[in-house]
Design a protein around this ligand. Structure first.
Ligand code: ADP
Ligand code: F6P
Length: 486
């Protein structure tokens, strides 16, 4: 990953690690789980870039950041603290901006679940304030980096920071600094019918249009965005070439599906110790505990499988690893309760003295352990109701080094379901179909498993995170030796 020789400043809500205190009161760095970090952290580390973001609620500002992570296999282990610009968020601001506007408004709305979305002027005010704060900290990083012969790339990530580019562009314009501003959205961008429900939708669209390039995982998301610009702002758009004219500039919108550090996961899979005994058949789920991931539906499909196919009793186990996520938000607390109840119910219904159908881990596991689970699972069961991409599906494929390999099931409502076409697709809203697909995966002949997995592996290996990074840089005209197409 040595393509990027220029200055790179990544801006995201969360730093790739969270600062915490251990039992002895020592300040430690812990890897943050999530697709954004898994994909972007290796790129920043390899290219000696800077990262502007929030270090978590336990960090005391002014305190030096620890130099290394507690998990030295995490992708953030090599990130130097001198390359990190921590953004201070006061608790009340964090509450209304992150828990409120980001997670109670944008998250459900952008995942096409408007009934769960809260629309609040206070949340919006906090969102504007937080975005200005991130912009100011980015400007601090820019002050040391602006060289007219070598303009830096400021790369803003995700729905938390859809307004930040505006202030950064203004600052740079006032000083006649040449910078490139890129934005990547890691979640879906929904249709106009949904976006228009948000009372300040125009400002969101204008904020994103302050960038030179707006990248999204899928063509469908880009089409939605362009349509929103045209219908919401009345901007001139070229839908064929995916260009939006705004403020006398041309903004490029590009489908750039994210990849994973494929070789890193493969290497981990080669060296990881076995945690699933060879004789055990396991259906694996790995997710943040989030209502978009379709976890209750997944458990219910597994329950139905045991009810309809008793031949699996004592022969099959479902291992669900769920990372605690956004635990201050009520929807997430409710989901945790629902999962605890469902797991208890299903285990109570089917367990025998020597076997329980579901093993449920509510916590984070290291990437090493994760690689072993991926490698040795018979099926990886990825059933989101809606998901921007879903990296778990890709990580599973990278870790499939056993012969014969396992089977991937993926929902068509995840970005991954749109381009991992050799996986088994199933609609998680339809319980019976989900159950039947799981049965099909568990009984799939070895040669079919091998054929499907070979295609999946090939694609993920060639379209890995390095490929994604290069595609983004090429699209924004910052890949060494190449000019911007716009
Ligand atoms: P999202 O971005 O919504 O969290 P993704 O599937 O795209 O969903 O990314 C999730 C990332 O978090 C993956 O890289 C995955 O390895 C990691 N992850 C998910 N669950 C766990 C877990 N229980 N322990 C460790 N890492 C996890
Ligand atoms: O991939 C979507 C995303 O919201 C990322 O931006 C984020 O880092 C990840 O999911 C985990 O969520 P959070 O940062 O809210 O814990």
């Amino acid at each position: 990953m040595t393509v990027y020789k220029k200055k790179l400043i990544v801006v995201s809500n969360r730093l790739p690690f969270v600062i915490q205190k251990d039992d002895l009161g020592n300040v430690i760095r812990k890897h943050s789980a999530g697709g954004l970090v898994t994909a972007v952290a290796p790129v920043v580390v390899e290219n000696d870039g800077k990262w502007v973001g929030w270090p978590g609620p336990d960090y005391d500002f002014g305190e030096p950041l620890p130099e290394s992570s507690v998990d030295d296999t995490s992708p953030t282990a090599g990130l130097k603290s001198s390359n990190v610009i921590p953004v201070a968020l006061e608790p009340h601001l964090y509450q209304s901006y992150y828990n409120g506007c980001c997670n109670e408004t944008f998250w459900p709305l952008f995942h096409s679940m408007p009934d769960k979305a809260v629309f609040s002027a206070d949340y919006w005010k906090a969102y504007v304030e937080a975005n200005e704060l991130f912009a100011r900290n980015t400007i601090k990083a820019l002050e040391n980096a602006c060289d007219p012969d070598d303009p830096p790339l400021v790369w803003i990530h995700d729905y938390h920071l859809m307004l930040a580019a505006h202030a950064i562009r203004q600052y740079a314009a006032n000083r006649q600094y040449k910078i490139k501003l890129g934005f990547f959205l890691h979640i879906p961008f929904p249709a106009w019918d949904l976006i228009r429900l948000f009372p300040w939708a125009d400002e969101i669209l204008q904020g994103m249009l302050a960038c030179d390039l707006v990248g999204m995982h899928l063509q469908d998301y880009c089409i939605n965005f362009i349509d929103c610009c045209s219908r919401g702002l009345g901007t001139r758009v070229d839908a064929k070439d995916m260009i939006v004219e705004h403020g006398g500039r041309y903004v490029r919108i590009a489908p750039l599906p994210i990849g994973i550090p494929y070789d890193r996961f493969r290497t981990l899979a080669v060296s990881a110790k076995r945690t699933i005994p060879e004789e055990k058949k396991v259906v694996l789920g790995v997710d943040r505990l989030d209502y978009t991931k379709g976890l209750p539906q997944r458990l219910k499909a597994f329950e139905l499988l045991l009810a309809k196919h008793p031949e699996y009793i004592e022969k099959l186990e479902m291992l669900q690893i769920a990372v605690p996520s956004r635990t201050d938000v009520k929807e997430y607390q409710d989901l945790k309760e629902q999962m605890d109840q469902l797991v208890g119910c299903i285990n109570g219904r089917f367990s025998t003295p020597t076997w329980s159908p579901i093993r449920y881990i509510y916590g984070t596991v290291s990437q090493q352990e994760l690689a072993a689970f991926y490698r040795d699972a018979a099926v990886c069961f990825v059933t989101p109701l809606r998901d921007g991409m879903n990296l778990v599906a890709k990580e599973f494929v990278a870790c499939q080094i056993n012969d014969p390999p396992g089977v991937l099931i993926v929902s068509p409502f995840a970005g991954a379901g749109q381009n991992m076409l050799e996986a088994l697709l199933c609609n998680p809203y339809e319980l019976n179909e989900t159950m039947e697909t799981l049965h099909r995966a568990l009984t799939m002949p070895e040669d079919e498993r091998t054929l499907r997995m070979n295609y999946l592996r090939k694609r993920e290996q060639s379209q890995d995170v390095d490929f994604w990074m290069k595609s983004f840089l090429r699209a924004i005209g910052r890949l060494d030796g190449e000019e911007a197409p716009v």
